[in-house]
Design a protein around this ligand. Structure first.
Ligand code: ZN
Length: 113
């Protein structure tokens, strides 16, 4: 499962940061997930709960912020919001746009102690 390896990746980040920043427990994890990242949020929540058991993030709350897909349209010379990877520019209907955001997942904030 794709989401399982993502959840393991997040846990790895938490453990590495714990060593660097010297915290023992993670209380809250805030993840930013792009609409275009193809991450299933429900599935990720489930996997996260499984992988954190017994570790530094055991019982941690998971907050997820979904961010819209963003692209730069060459025709309009502006940043536009798109819902899928295959959407044209909502203003001019053109396909000369380059993806600029909303296609990744990252750890945005941590509450630790
Ligand atoms: Zn456009």
């Amino acid at each position: 499962m794709h989401e399982m390896s993502l959840a393991e990746g997040v846990l790895q980040i938490l453990e590495e940061n714990a060593v660097k920043q010297g915290y023992q427990r993670v209380k809250t994890v805030v993840l930013e997930i792009g609409r275009l990242s193809q991450v299933e949020v429900d599935s990720l929540r489930f996997c996260f709960d499984v992988v954190i058991k017994g570790g530094i993030a055991d019982g941690a709350a998971l907050e997820i912020i979904e961010v819209p897909g963003q692209a730069w349209c060459m025709q309009c010379s502006e940043t536009v919001t798109i819902d899928t990877l295959y959407d044209p520019c909502p203003h001019c209907g053109g396909y000369q746009r380059t993806l600029t955001g909303g296609d990744a997942m990252r750890v945005k904030e941590l509450e630790v102690e």
